[in-house]
Design a protein. Structure first.
Length: 106
């Protein structure tokens, strides 16, 4: 049995606009993953698992993904098309406490 490599996580706090179900809310990106992010917002109650979520910040364009999980004030988003999201991820990793995963986003 082959063990999987641990997922690289970067912590940050970047103010963003979160659009889901035709509604815009504000929040923060608090963690970055190779294929997604964790968002912090007081308005997560209107976003459900499986919803399309668009995240936009001042320094990066819209990144579209799917809500994978939610808990009070937190939302996990997995990106749909990594090719479109890579440019935005490059910008986000600059504000993280770690460098981007090797071979993923450079």
């Amino acid at each position: 049995m082959k063990l999987e490599e641990p997922v690289k996580v970067g912590r940050c706090r970047i103010r963003v606009r979160i659009r889901a179900r035709g509604r815009d809310v504000t929040g923060y990106v608090v963690r970055l993953f190779e294929d997604g992010m964790e968002l912090l917002t007081d308005q997560v109650e209107g976003i459900w698992t499986g919803d399309q979520v668009e995240v936009t910040g001042d320094r990066f364009g819209p990144m579209v993904g799917t809500a994978r999980w939610r808990i009070p004030r937190r939302l996990g988003v997995k990106f749909r098309d990594m090719k479109e999201s890579e440019a935005g991820l490059r910008d986000l990793w600059r504000f993280s406490d770690r460098s981007p995963p090797a071979g993923k986003v450079e």
